[in-house]
Design a protein around this ligand. Structure first.
Ligand code: NAG
Ligand code: NAG
Ligand code: NAG
Ligand code: NAG
Ligand code: NAG
Ligand code: NAG
Ligand code: NAG
Ligand code: NAG
Length: 787
């Protein structure tokens, strides 16, 4: 439908295929004629000043007479003024209609900007005008916008050059150039893109219009008419052949609807025009698109030495099809194949080294890599899936081999340190990367001074921190465990109140006015002391004061005893359950306090060593000044750490590995890791300079993998996790609550209150005795004894 619309628009005529009037009863071309309405646009007709309608009538009737052997066709002509064909008047209307159509057809809304450059400008002025127009779309640094450019211009080479300087050719942008050149022979896509970097998405549309075209109205009219007549003939013949063989009922059920019939006719017309068109459809634009992603990789395989050539070897232009007004785009490949298919499943060379747990390579006896896994390899697999490339792994010798060449070759398996380091990249690998032979280096490498490296890093794929390992501190001796529940202050006060309460009890007892009120057992300070002390230890008191004042003192003392005993017992249980440890080294700055640690160790080849050169932290510098660098497990001297003489600094995950191994072997936890983790070491992959165009793409995928949680998962699978020992040593952090004066002050205050009340009552008793007893003592003493 669309293509016919285009066709008609082009010649300014409208053909309507009208099916016969009783539309629903229409059964076939066998029983009824097709109707054709020819509408001639009035405006177009007057513009051309010819009697188009008359020409049309003559041509069409000739064609029908000569070609329509089967079926029939009724033609009617209209040319009234009210008919206005849908026409695009100017650019703004076109933009509106495109944007409108994209929203109604559920296409992602686009914003479209049209630019026109005054084509009478010359030289420098032209270039500055172009630059001005393009600069608005230039990407800000470190940002990848996805823009599409459609350039219809004679100045394509200037535009390419200027856009290149503005960094507008990158993997996100799409450029389509319509080359308007009079002499099209001299256009060579390879030459104009000579300076472009790999990774650009460029396509050219070349004018392949045949010069010997008879582009007249008569020609178009007869061509279209012939197509229609042929189509109707064909359909009629088809219907005849089927109709003859089946019954009417069957025919009713299988025949086409109006809509289907219409589509069928158009399909036949298109086929006919595709094969026979000579008039309008000879306008033709051939599309050539650049196959470039990963091209330098492929080239390198086939070319030993670089050749001097006027072409950019990284761009291969392929003819993907054409556009013609009749058929629209006829392509056998996407116009920008890299946007959807990325690297189009080409095979890339990737270099790597064995470095568990980042890259784990399993090789057979011939050194052929059978299997690869580990954090970086998982990432590589995912990247190759997302970016549609296959890869071939090359192994660079790893740094231990480099190392062993320089030192005496005493590589002993059992001597190797556990865990990994990423700070040192093997020299051979750097060399290979610099040779630009590889798409990327799938190695975990510490990001260090990225601006002065001959290669680029990807986004960090991991961050590792350092920590230290020491002997786990011993438990505090339990000799003084029984004193642990109370603070010294509380103990002192306790002694104080015992010393205070005993004389108090004595005094109260002694001051009791009546002799028989006084208890013999409390008649000395010493016996009072033992009474109070005994009560505290729950030995009970044998005596009880008879006077109320005395009873109050004893009663309140018992309250104190209850509170004291309960808190003491409760806390004692807590101190027994959670052992207390001697202070260990939790932070590096505490190290000077621990004189027993005499050796400081640091693993060889750490980023920490480099970091300390620029740091301001004194504890790091102090450590570094004394540190012994160790490169094998003998020098690592983990036994000394176990004895408590040594502290080692390494990646936290490596230390966890040591703790884990020792736990598995000895079933005990003798090590403690520092509470502090320091120096964030960023780890990334390496991308050679010629792959930098794709760096942004790789980074955005890494970012996506982080967000989807894949990175975390791969870390969990490959790195040692928090082990069983960490659980126990974390108990060290539990600090039991000691009963202090804040808790006990109420208890002591109650006792004080008791004393005061007892004292007051005692005074009362004394006063009562003084008044009453002395009054009665003036009476005959006999009465005293009677009371
Ligand atoms: C178009 O065809 C008509 C009828 O055949 C003829 O009279 C007329 O001269 C033709 N016009 C051109 C420009 O050839
Ligand atoms: C159908 O068309 C043929 C020739 O095109 C004509 O002779 C015939 O009269 C037409 N029939 C009707 C019913 O219009
Ligand atoms: C195009 O440039 C020419 C020469 O500089 C100038 O005379 C003309 O006015 C410009 N046209 C437009 C539309 O700006
Ligand atoms: C395309 O080429 C044809 C034939 O060489 C020419 O007539 C026409 O003007 C060209 N079109 C454009 C837009 O350059
Ligand atoms: C990968 O590239 C090939 C070759 O162009 C293509 O056929 C395939 O569809 C692409 N796969 C994906 C997932 O894009
Ligand atoms: C991609 O390439 C690999 C190896 O060349 C091949 O095994 C695989 O089938 C290809 N995949 C597609 C989708 O073409
Ligand atoms: C490796 O070291 C262990 C312990 O130091 C020693 O017993 C063994 O003989 C050494 N093996 C080799 C091949 O040097
Ligand atoms: C790649 O590295 C070079 C120098 O090391 C730097 O100038 C450039 O900005 C880096 N490219 C990207 C995309 O980060």
């Amino acid at each position: 439908m669309r293509s016919s619309f285009r066709l008609l628009l082009l010649c300014g005529l409208q053909l309507c295929i009208l099916v016969p009037i009783e539309a629903n009863d229409f059964s076939s071309f066998l029983s009824a004629n097709a109707s054709l309405a020819v509408v001639v646009d009035h405006e177009y007709m007057t513009m051309h000043g010819q009697n188009i309608r008359a020409h049309f009538e003559k041509i069409l009737s000739d064609i029908i007479r000569e070609n329509l052997k089967n079926g029939g066709i009724n033609v009617r002509y209209f040319s009234w003024n009210s008919v206005r064909l849908k026409k695009v008047d100017d650019n703004s209307v076109m933009v509106k209609s495109i944007v409108h159509e994209s929203t109604t057809n559920h296409i992602t809304p686009i914003s479209l900007i049209l630019y026109k450059i005054n084509d009478s400008l010359k030289g420098q002025k032209k270039r500055s005008a172009l630059r001005q127009a393009l600069a608005q779309f230039a990407p800000p640094k470190h940002e990848l916008k996805q823009q599409q450019f459609l350039v219809v211009s004679k100045f394509h080479d200037d535009i390419i050059e200027i856009a290149e300087t503005l960094n507008m050719f990158h993997v996100g942008n799409q450029w389509m150039f319509f080359i308007l050149e009079k002499v099209r022979r001299d256009f060579d896509a390879g030459t104009v893109t000579i300076n472009l970097d790999e990774g650009a998405n460029v396509a050219f549309a070349l004018n392949k219009t045949l010069p010997d075209c008879q582009d007249t109205l008569n020609c178009t009219i007869s061509e279209v008419s012939l197509a229609l007549v042929t189509a109707i003939s064909k359909m009629t013949v088809e219907e005849q052949s089927i109709y003859g063989e089946i019954s009417d009922e069957e025919w009713e059920s299988i025949r086409y609807t109006k809509q289907e019939k219409q589509a069928e006719i158009l399909e036949y017309m298109k086929d006919y025009l595709k094969a026979n068109s000579k008039c309008a459809s000879c306008a033709r634009w051939q599309i050539e698109t650049a196959i470039t992603w990963g091209k330098s990789q492929e080239n390198r395989k086939f070319r030993a030495a670089p050749t001097r050539d006027a072409k950019n070897q990284n761009f291969e232009f392929i003819n993907i099809g054409y556009w013609s007004p009749l058929l629209g785009f006829v392509c056998q490949e996407l116009t920008f194949p890299h946007i959807d298919h990325h690297f189009r499943n080409i095979t890339m060379d990737v270099v790597t080294v064995h470095n568990p747990p980042w890259q784990i390579l399993t090789k057979d006896s011939h050194g052929v890599i059978l299997e690869h896994k580990g954090i970086v390899m998982e990432l590589l697999k995912e990247l190759s899936r997302a970016l549609n490339f296959s890869y071939y792994l090359h192994e660079a010798s790893n740094w231990k081999d480099d190392y062993s060449i320089t030192t005496s070759t005493s590589s002993n398996e059992s001597d190797e340190l556990a865990g990994s380091m990423t700070f040192r990249i093997p020299y051979r690998l750097v060399e290979m990367v610099q040779g630009n032979q590889f798409f990327m280096a799938a190695v975990a490498a510490t990001v260090e001074d990225p601006d002065h490296k001959p290669f680029n890093y990807t986004l960090p794929i991991s961050v590792q921190k350092y920590s230290f390992i020491t002997r786990q501190p011993d438990e505090v001796s339990r000799i003084y465990l029984f004193t642990a529940p109370f603070t010294t202050e509380t103990w002192a006060c306790l002694v104080g109140i015992i010393l205070l309460t005993a004389p108090m009890l004595y005094a109260i007892n002694r001051l009791a006015p009546l002799q028989e009120m006084q208890i013999i057992g409390l008649s000395t300070v010493k016996s009072c002391f033992w009474y109070i002390f005994g009560a505290l230890l729950q030995q009970g008191g044998m005596y009880l004061p008879r006077a109320d004042s005395g009873r109050l003192v004893v009663g309140f003392w018992w309250i104190v005893v209850i509170v004291l005993v309960t808190t003491y017992c409760g806390n004692l249980v807590a101190f027994l359950t959670f052992p207390k440890f001697q202070p260990g080294v939790d932070y590096l700055s505490q190290l000077p306090r621990h004189k027993e640690i005499s050796q400081y160790g640091l693993r060889n080849g750490t980023f920490f060593e480099r970091y300390v050169q620029t740091t301001t932290r004194d504890d790091f510098k102090h450590y570094m000044a004394r540190a012994q660098i160790y490169g094998n497990s003998q020098e690592e001297n983990i036994e000394a750490v176990k004895q408590g003489h040594r502290i080692n600094i390494d990646w936290r995950i490596n230390l966890q590995l040591i703790v884990q191994q020792h736990f598995e072997r000895d079933k005990e936890c003798r090590f403690a890791l520092g509470k502090e983790s320091f120096v964030d070491e960023q780890i990334a992959m390496i991308v050679p300079s010629h792959s930098v165009p794709y760096l942004h793409l790789i980074n955005s995928h890494i970012d996506r993998l982080f967000r989807m949680g894949f990175m975390e998962r791969w870390h969990q699978m490959n790195l040692p996790s928090a082990d069983k020992c960490t659980g126990k040593s974390s108990l060290r952090q539990v600090t039991n609550h000691k009963v202090n004066m804040d808790d006990m002050q109420g208890c002591f205050l109650v006792l004080l209150l008791g004393f005061m009340v007892a004292f007051a009552i005692g005074c009362g008793e004394f006063w009562y005795h003084h008044l009453y007893v002395h009054k009665t003592s003036r009476q005959p003493p006999s009465s005293v004894f009677t009371t």
